[in-house]
Design a protein around this ligand. Structure first.
Ligand code: FES
Length: 132
C-alpha cells in the first residue's frame, strides 16, 4: 500500500476540508449494516436526504444540492450493535441512539431533535451515549 504524504500546514488542511470551518451543529449517522438495511435503513437515509434538502440544512457542496453553511452532516455508518433493533440512527454531539427508525419517523427527528434540540423519546434507546 502506498504511503500518503501528510500535509502539515493547517491552513492548507482547512482549505481542503471546508467542513472544519462550517457552522455544523449536528452529525446524523444512519446505519447501513446488513441487519438495518434489511428493515428499511436505505429508506430512512433517503428520507433524511429529502427532508434536509427541503429545509436546506444539510452541510455540503452546492454542486451536490447541499448547503455549505448547513448545520447538519448526514452520513452512513457501519453496524453499531443495534442489529436486532434497527434501523439505527445516531445523533451527535448529544449521543442519542434511536432504534427501529422508519422513514415516517424521520421528520420527527429532524423537526424536534435537529431543529429544537428535543429528543424524540419514543425512539431514543440511548439518550446520552456514555452515561447509561
Ligand atoms: S446492522 Fe445496524 S446496528 Fe448492526
Amino acid at each position: 500500500m502506498a504511503k500518503t504524504k501528510k500535509i502539515k500546514d493547517r491552513e492548507r488542511l482547512v482549505k481542503l476540508a471546508p467542513v472544519t470551518e462550517a457552522p455544523v451543529r449536528r452529525h446524523v449517522f444512519v446505519c447501513n449494516g446488513k441487519s438495518c438495511m434489511a428493515v428499511g435503513a436505505a429508506e430512512v437515509k433517503t428520507e433524511f436526504e429529502q427532508i434536509l434538502a427541503e429545509k436546506e440544512i444539510r452541510f455540503g457542496k452546492t454542486s451536490k444540492g447541499r448547503n455549505p453553511e448547513g448545520p447538519v452532516v448526514l452520513t452512513d455508518c457501519g453496524s453499531v450493535g443495534f442489529c436486532s433493533v434497527g434501523p439505527a440512527v445516531l445523533v451527535y454531539p448529544e449521543g442519542v441512539w434511536y432504534a427501529q427508525v422508519q422513514a415516517e419517523d424521520v421528520r420527527d427527528i429532524v423537526e424536534h431533535h435537529l431543529e429544537k434540540s428535543e429528543v424524540v423519546e419514543r425512539l431514543a434507546l440511548i439518550k446520552e451515549f456514555g452515561t447509561n
